[in-house]
Design a protein. Structure first.
Length: 60
């Protein structure tokens, strides 16, 4: 029997595109553009976020 997992929510800061390549404007000796990678600071490069925590009031 297959096991079903619930889809994880997509990060609202990066919309599921957690890692991007940014050009520095420099070229390498072979003529290629020099790039650096940047990860989303909210999801740390996973593309998914945890659901918001809920608090319940216990007692009076």
């Amino acid at each position: 029997m297959p096991q079903h997992t619930r889809p994880r929510p997509i990060c609202g800061h990066c919309d599921g595109f957690p890692t991007v390549a940014v050009t520095t404007g420099q070229t390498t000796p072979t003529g290629h553009r020099q790039t650096i990678t940047a990860n989303c600071p909210a999801c740390h490069g996973t593309g998914h976020s945890l659901p918001a925590r809920t608090f319940t009031r216990v007692g009076v």
